[in-house]
Structures are given as C-alpha cells and as structure tokens.
Design a protein around this ligand. Structure first.
Ligand SMILES: [Zn+2]
Length: 131
C-alpha cells in the first residue's frame, strides 16, 4: 500500500484539512510555503493521467475551495496549483495529488520558471494532437 493510502486509512498521522467520501486533503509535511496542501482521491490512482474524469472534477472542486480558504484565512496573495504526473515530471509519490502552494510574494519558496524552446515546432505538434 502506498504512503498516501496509509495516510488516508489513518495508519499514518497527518494534518488533515478536508475529507469526504471521495476526496482527502492534508498539509504537505514539507511546506514549500505556509499552507502548502495536497488534495487527492481516496481511491488509489497513479496520477492525473489515469484519474476518472468525474473523480477529477471532485478533486478540482476541493482544490478550488481550499485555495480560496488559503487566500482568505492565511493571507496568501495567490496560489499555484499543480500536479506532477510520472517521475519525468517530478512525481515522487505515485498516488495522484494536486499541490496547492500559497504564494506570499514572488520570491518565496517556489521557483517556477518556463524555459522556452528556441525552435518550437507548433504546426507539427498541433497536427499530431488534432488527429
Ligand atoms: Zn495510494
């Protein structure tokens, strides 16, 4: 059983923020910024790529609700919401989870930088994706 399934089953203690029959949310033990939270399905799915759409919509709804709470109650100026799918994208626990990372200013704990491809092949990629 994966570590998040153990937390959901209450075999490992956690700072739980929200729970219903399908969705579970907690504070990440490694706080990038104060209030860094994880939202996940109770059912084990590896990542967003294999999450059933109806379940995904519930996760997104809880993610929005907690994001609003983080802004209004913790005084964050914004949030980054992201998920990593597979190790190539930095996924370390193979149980789907959304990160809510509160942002207090542009130079706090999260460094998110898009490095542009100097020779993008937009037409080729578009053709593949639109097939
Ligand atoms: Zn799991």
């Amino acid at each position: 059983m994966c570590i998040f399934c153990k937390i959901i089953n209450k075999e490992i203690p956690a700072s739980i923020l929200y729970e219903d029959e399908d969705v579970f949310a907690l504070l990440d033990i490694a706080q990038v910024t104060d209030g860094h939270a994880l939202v996940m399905p109770k059912e084990h799915v590896d990542n967003i790529l294999d999450c059933p759409p109806v379940l995904l919509s519930k996760i997104i709804s809880v993610t929005q609700m907690l994001s609003k709470d983080i802004v209004s109650k913790l005084g964050a100026k914004g949030v980054n919401v992201l998920t990593n799918a597979n190790p190539a994208a930095g996924q370390s626990v193979m149980h789907f989870h959304m990160h809510i990372i509160p942002r207090y200013h542009e130079h706090d704990g999260l460094i998110l930088k898009f490095k542009e491809n100097p020779t993008p092949e937009l037409k080729k990629i578009q053709d593949i994706l639109k097939k």
